[in-house]
Design a binder for this molecule. Structure first.
Ligand SMILES: [Cu+2]
Length: 658
């Protein structure tokens, strides 16, 4: 078994030309496949039919743009929540109600790449109210309401290229943060040579204020920073709760062949930002207002239709001497993750090209600031002396450490990409105490509560990049895997290995008790303020206004009203406003119509959703309920007659009698 693993690793390492280096590292620390006795493992993940899992797991979708929900420890798949990509399964991004959520200053964007979900927090603990997630490509942050498990809001980030260091919340959900992975010209739409990078390009760190009652986002301010790549971020907690931390790489300011050119320096930086101080400066009039164009999309009231609020300005804070709110901590080498331990004291970086895991001390950082232990400045930002802030360097961490979470019992767990393993190390001695293989090439890892003040640290999920031989082969591309580990004992034990959806980058888990009792079972019909809702099924009707035809349609088991429609003409734009009048949990109806250049629309109990249809040919068009809703579901159908553009067939609708 071990040889097989070594061969797999060897093939993975060839691609990065690191076999020689890896050989040295592995010589000192042979890792091994360690799986708990299969009977014990099965018992630990077994959740009997009809029983519920103890945790919700939320996995980002990566290039699917969505968020998937899993039960842990059984690792049962529960649901995909569509966020940044159109979803034909539910009609998200296809229905008229949800299309506005995907509007941006670049127009309608049907896809994105979602990376880091983060659950809202109260006093440094996940509170289960909302989950935020970032879009990496066309920079945005979304808010998902954990009452309905639906995306309720999307905010575009101006002046940002690649919103990767996002969307992490502060310990009382005061702010959610974002940052530019790719620096770009700050001035909107500026057309300049790429060679002008160092002069014209800048980074921007975004501070999005959250409404404490509703979780709604507001772009409060941005901080203009040097043209590096800003990779990941995290908020502090407890003593460091007023601070957020971002990793940088490419402090070399390269704009081509970054693979070589952005790896020259031994150290890059962690940017430490006192968000409370920065916010206070902004309140007191610091910074300037700059032109920007960005969309804020959300639902207003109970209309159930997302709206677009187009913003034209953003407040920008530029570090100036003596302002005291941003510092750089030198950190080896091209650091990726930055993670803060439960006490808020340790700032751990994952230097993907570093030979150690550097650990900074927050209290030493504050001392260094007070005693001005600076090692120069860059664009008015003080660089702190490395020796002044560093408290430990974890030796022999494997090759390519990336991300760290914590168990609250004094240990940290770091994912290590190239040597494809997880290392457990002590926050007391900074020594590795355990290590276990990951299958294969691990990115993020996640511990239940592992980023909070009080981890419950029962389970750990490793999110790996390649499956290769781990499951039955499904063609040249296998789905990305996740592994579930038991970390309740001294040694990490592998329990389960399962394929996921999209490419999960980060995941979060929360005890189910914090969510499940608040989950809505229906939308209350009496709260439905949709302007085209059908409040009583008897009110079903069709209204024509020129070429626009609105069908006010209702569904109950097992029919639509109306179900026979005539008088539609080629050239009409037809809106089916379908209200699901059911008031019973999980009784969903849908509608699809032949030839519609659109997805079906699924409608939850008490909801109204709109399917747009532009018939191009005359004929008889069947439509039907797409969700198996009852014993007579196959009878739940109807017909639309489409006549020529100049036809004088009268507009009629009916249901019942033959
Ligand atoms: Cu139905």
């Amino acid at each position: 078994m071990k040889n097989q693993k070594s061969n797999k690793l060897r093939s993975l390492l060839v691609g990065v030309g690191l076999i020689a280096v890896a050989g040295l590292i592995f010589a000192g620390c042979p890792s091994q496949q360690r799986v708990m006795d299969s009977g014990d493992a099965a018992q630990k993940v077994y959740v009997a039919p009809g029983e519920h899992d103890e945790y919700y797991g939320f996995f980002s979708g990566g290039y699917s743009g969505q968020l998937s929900v899993w039960g842990l420890p059984s690792s049962r798949f529960l649901k995909v929540i569509p966020v940044f990509s159109q979803d034909p399964e539910t009609g998200y991004g296809y229905s008229e109600e949800t299309k506005p959520l995907l509007q941006t200053s670049y127009g309608f964007i049907p896809w994105d790449d979602s990376h880091h979900p983060h659950i809202s927090q109260t006093d440094g603990n996940a509170d289960g109210r909302w989950i935020y997630i970032n879009a990496n490509n066309t920079p945005r942050i979304a808010r998902i309401d954990l009452k309905t498990f639906e995306t309720k809001e999307i905010l575009e980030l101006p002046n940002t290229g690649g919103n990767h260091a996002s969307s992490f919340v502060t310990e009382n959900s005061e702010y959610v943060i974002g940052a530019t992975r790719f620096s770009i010209p700050y001035e909107m739409d500026l057309d300049v040579p790429i060679d002008s990078y160092s002069d014209e390009f800048r980074g921007a760190l975004s501070f999005i204020e959250l409404d404490p009652e509703t979780g709604m986002m507001n772009m409060d301010f941005q901080i203009l920073v040097p043209p590096y790549n800003y990779d990941l971020g995290r908020a502090g907690k407890g003593p460091s709760g007023d601070w957020v931390f971002f990793t940088t790489y490419n402090t070399e300011e390269a704009h081509t062949m970054l693979e070589v050119n952005a790896s020259r320096y031994d150290k890059d930086y962690i940017a430490a930002v006192n968000w409370r101080k920065a916010a206070e400066l902004v309140r007191n009039g610091a910074g300037e207002t700059m032109d920007a164009e960005y969309y804020h999309n959300y639902y207003e009231g109970n209309q159930g239709i997302a709206i677009n609020d187009v913003k034209n300005q953003v407040t920008v804070l530029t570090p100036e001497d003596g302002q005291d709110f941003i510092y750089f901590l030198p950190t080896p080498k091209s650091p990726h993750g930055v993670d803060i331990d439960p006490t808020g004291e340790y700032i751990v970086a994952g230097g993907k090209l570093a030979t150690v895991i550097p650990v900074h001390s927050f209290s030493q950082m504050i001392d260094a600031i007070e005693n001005e232990r600076f090692d120069g400045h860059v664009e008015n930002i003080p660089i702190l002396d490395y020796d002044a802030t560093i408290v430990g360097e974890v030796e022999n961490p494997g090759l390519g450490p990336l991300h760290t979470e914590f168990d609250g019992r004094g240990y940290a767990y770091t994912s290590v990409y190239i040597s494809s393993e997880i290392v457990k190390w002590s926050l007391d001695t900074f020594e590795v105490v355990d290590r276990i293989d990951a299958y294969y090439s691990i990115g993020h890892l996640m511990i239940t509560g592992g980023d909070t003040k009080n981890p419950d640290a029962r389970y750990m999920i490793g999110l790996t990049k390649t499956a290769k031989d781990r499951y039955l082969p499904t063609g040249p591309k296998q789905n990305h895997p996740a592994q579930l580990y038991d970390i309740s004992g001294d040694r990490m034990e592998l329990l389960l290995d399962f394929p996921t959806i999209g490419e999960p980058h980060y995941a979060q888990a929360i005890h189910a008790d914090l969510i499940k009792d608040n989950v809505a079972q229906i939308y209350e019909m009496e709260d439905n303020d949709h302007p085209h809702a059908l409040r009583r099924i008897a009110d079903n009707r069709i209204e024509r206004d020129g070429d626009v035809v609105r069908v006010y349609m209702g569904s109950v088991r097992s029919h639509f009203r109306p179900d026979n429609i005539e008088g539609i003409r080629v050239g009409d734009t037809v809106y089916f406003h379908l209200t699901n009048l059911e008031q019973e949990w999980d009784v969903v109806h849908g509608i699809g119509i032949k030839g519609a250049n659109n997805a079906e629309i699924l409608v939850a109990p008490g909801q109204t959703k709109t399917l747009k249809w532009e018939p191009t040919r005359t004929g008889i068009y069947p439509f039907y309920c797409t969700a198996f809703c009852s014993a007579l579901h196959q009878e739940m159908q109807g017909y639309v007659r489409v006549s020529a553009a100049d036809s004088d067939v009268e507009l009629t609708w009916r249901t019942g009698t033959n």
